[in-house]
Design a protein around this ligand. Sequence first.
Ligand SMILES: CC(C)(COP(=O)(O)OP(=O)(O)OC[C@H]1O[C@@H](n2cnc3c(N)ncnc32)[C@H](O)[C@@H]1OP(=O)(O)O)[C@@H](O)C(=O)NCCC(=O)NCCS
Length: 372
Amino acid sequence: MDATPMLRADAVEGAGVRIRRFRTEDAPAVRAACDDPLTQRFLPALPRPYTEADALWWVAEGSAAGFATGGGNFAVADPATDRLIGGIGLMHIQEDYGSIGYWVAPGARGRGVATAATRTLSEYAFTCGYGRIELRTEFENAASQRVALAAGYTREGVARAAGPDRGGRRHDLIVWARVAGDPPGPTPRHLPDLPGGELTDGVVRLSPMRAADAAEVHPVRSAPDVVGNTVTGIAPGPEDTARYCARAQAAWLADHDVRLTVRDAATGAFAGKVGLQLQDPQAGQAEIDYYLAPTWRGHGYAARAVNLLCGWAFTRTAVERLVAGVHTANLASQRVLERSGFVREGHERRRIPDGSGGRADIYTYALLRPGV
Ligand SMILES: CC(C)(COP(=O)(O)OP(=O)(O)OC[C@H]1O[C@@H](n2cnc3c(N)ncnc32)[C@H](O)[C@@H]1OP(=O)(O)O)[C@@H](O)C(=O)NCCC(=O)NCCS
């Protein structure tokens, strides 16, 4: 194997950012950004609290150390003012393989700084001989997952118990990588964002599920008549639902699973959930599921939600077939599907637990892309 690649540049210009070595005058901005609650939440290796002394050590000594071993820690600066707006580092792991990490000052977030800095450092590192750069994100850190996608990284899997918590426990991390020769991004997605962030027909409104939805989602998701129609038949606990909601964005960005809350469009009241799981992108098939809280049943809300979701899937994704499985005794749900144009295709015997130790049959339904 060739010698370790070395990052020798003092500064590299990118699109809208400059990455450069840290300087003493950066210390106050480093301190403020690294003591910010979001930075502290997602970079648990940083000292807490992050003091002036920590920042002074970092700009003078800590940041420089990585360059000696093939990596490098750069300040991310506004190219117009050279003012520090973030930090980005590449850690050399072995041979031509490294790992990237970053933070952006709170006032500079949400305008492409992390994406531009990640592209700039990744591409510079490839020119220095790196062949593979990894990036690891927490499941709850959707902004960082979006940075990875925007900067051309591909989701490769989950590294279990790879991330240490401040409390001494460990948590799973999503692993992304970009290898030399990969396109600069954005990485294409099978399940894109909703146009304008939500779907509505004026009566119901569908929005991507968030951590904050858990308190409303849980009582319905764990109710016996909802659990009885699932593949496992096992009621989730409150912690499971909290995780399910908090990780909804990660599941979507992984191209696995769209989870939407259904709300009354007029009042915003929580009515239920509708979702889509992409079973096989190559085969173009996805499965939908839905449930409503009892008080919202019988008003056509489920069919409206299913219609909106199916319309989005057939106009914004490459899905050709939407399928659903329904308990043979669940006439209300069969009616929802039939009202939305689904056709019954099959009868799967003993497919799901029946809640009393036996197994229950389901009917399978499908809706094809219109015009085919
Ligand atoms: C993660 C972080 C670096 C992103 O910085 P940023 O400069 O705001 O990122 P960008 O402006 O390049 O945005 C990248 C994407 O994230 C999205 N985004 C930004 N803030 C978001 C948020 N709070 N929730 C969800 N998405 C968000 C943007 O819309 C954009 O998505 P798009 O490419 O699909 O349009 C910043 O939030 C941060 O410093 N967090 C704390 C430290 C951290 O998490 N580091 C990474 C550890 S793995």
